[in-house]
Ligand binder design. Structure first.
Ligand SMILES: [Zn+2]
Length: 414
């Protein structure tokens, strides 16, 4: 039997920040893909669904349970393509990891190193930095979604320092004056460093006061910011993230189908909603707030770029995909890195579409609808919400549906 196009089964992860039970897209997709083995427990959080070749959560073939990584290593030239093998030095794994995330509680404020920093961190601290790769990430909303992404504009941070006494008190008069007189990148780093190194007594005192004001007089900071402060304080009381996140980072809101790409060394945190996420295969995370995990404050402070773009500049606009034809809309999310692109294929009603071969491996997840996918007449597979497929390089696909259908396809082409 040909495995050019094969249905595969990913694995759910029950991290504490996930949405509970069948509220979670992760739980629903995982159950639909593997109804015998994934019985949804309504009291458990379902945070992530992994699709790929990461050894921690191996994706398997629905036909015989074989690991996708074993299929690839049986014939890497066929399943990865020679150019991908050479470019990324791979034999049995994909250059990307594809995920669904269902977020109930804010994730840690974090950044990811670029390649050079990842090599240095691995040498210095292999326990916390397990590989020497960079980890660019892209998120595409499949429900309303909110995140922190990049620093707020310098003028906004200056306004906050002038108007929010708790913020200026936390970093002290001297640093406040330096920034207000000269709101620059260097001084932003100084403010961030002061926040991150503030002592616990000050943090408790000023965060209590910040939260109290947000509760009693929401218009003081603006309704949106006050609401955010209150929600995140419920999840992580008196956390430094109230200052370094809520007051210093952009609050980005994405509608379904909108995407953001996270450059190396940009601070970010997902706050709520469901997304499709694609990332380079790496585990390198530098954390600093809203987390019980290892925090590496000094590395974070010294490595960030301190660029300040407004919220709209964080979004990644989709481009046309030239190799798709028929009744579907093809939106290509193509970030400026080599490891992955993500294609959205969307039918608003009954129809047929064709997608020419891609010169590299891909993984498809169906987020909405039913239909049929095929690469030739003998190999026709059922498409349903939650279904996942692996597609070998240079395989032309036909998709048809009787109703609306949405799928996402992560691929790497070299
Ligand atoms: Zn991240």
């Amino acid at each position: 039997m040909s495995n050019d196009l094969v249905r595969v089964i990913g694995g759910p992860q029950n991290y504490a920040w996930g949405k509970l039970g069948s509220n979670s897209s992760v739980a629903r997709f995982a159950h639909a893909s593997d109804p015998q083995n994934v019985i949804i427990d309504e009291s458990l959080p379902y945070a992530e669904y992994w699709m790929g070749t990461h050894p921690k959560v191996p994706t398997t073939l629905s036909t015989n349970g074989e690991k996708l990584s074993d299929l690839i290593s049986s014939n890497p030239e066929k399943y990865l393509s020679k150019s991908i093998m050479e470019k990324f030095n791979l034999k049995n794994s994909l250059p990307f990891l594809f995920k669904v995330l269902s977020i109930e509680k804010v994730l840690s404020i974090q950044s990811h190193p670029d390649k050079k920093l990842a090599e240095q961190l691995r040498l210095k601290d292999p326990e916390h930095y397990p590989d020497d790769n960079h980890k660019p990430e892209m998120a595409i909303a499949i429900t309303d979604f909110e995140a922190f992404c990049g620093f707020k504009p310098l003028e906004t941070i200056k306004d906050h320092l002038l108007n929010i006494k708790e913020f200026s008190s936390l970093i002290g008069d001297e640093t406040t004056q330096i920034f207000i007189n000269n709101p620059s990148k260097e001084n932003l780093k100084l403010v961030f460093s002061k926040v991150m190194n503030s002592n616990d007594d000050d943090l408790i005192k000023y965060s209590n006061s910040l939260v109290l004001k947000a509760k009693e007089n929401p218009s003081l900071y603006g309704e949106t910011l006050s609401d955010l402060i209150l929600r995140l304080n419920d999840q992580f009381p008196n956390d430094i993230g109230l200052f370094c996140g809520c007051l210093m980072l952009n609050h980005c809101i994405l509608k379904t189908g909108e995407a953001m790409f996270l450059q190396a060394c940009e601070p970010h945190a997902y706050i709520s909603g469901d997304i499709i996420e694609c990332m380079a295969a790496s585990d390198n995370v530098i954390r600093s707030g809203f987390t019980p995990k290892f925090k590496d404050v000094e590395t974070l402070i010294s490595s960030l770029t301190y660029s300040t773009n407004n919220v709209d500049e964080q979004k990644l606009n989709p481009a046309n995909f030239e190799r798709g034809n028929g009744d579907a809309i093809f939106n290509l999310y193509d970030p400026p890195i080599d490891e992955f692109s993500v294609l959205q294929v969307k039918f608003d009603k009954k129809g047929k579409a064709n997608c020419k071969g891609i010169n590299g491996p891909s993984i498809i997840i169906v987020t909405e609808g039913n239909g049929i996918i095929s690469n030739n007449d003998e190999n026709k597979l059922d498409v349903f919400t939650g279904a996942v497929f692996f597609v070998a390089p240079n395989v032309e696909l036909n998709i048809e549906t009787n109703d609306s259908l949405v799928l996402y396809r992560a691929y790497c082409e070299a």
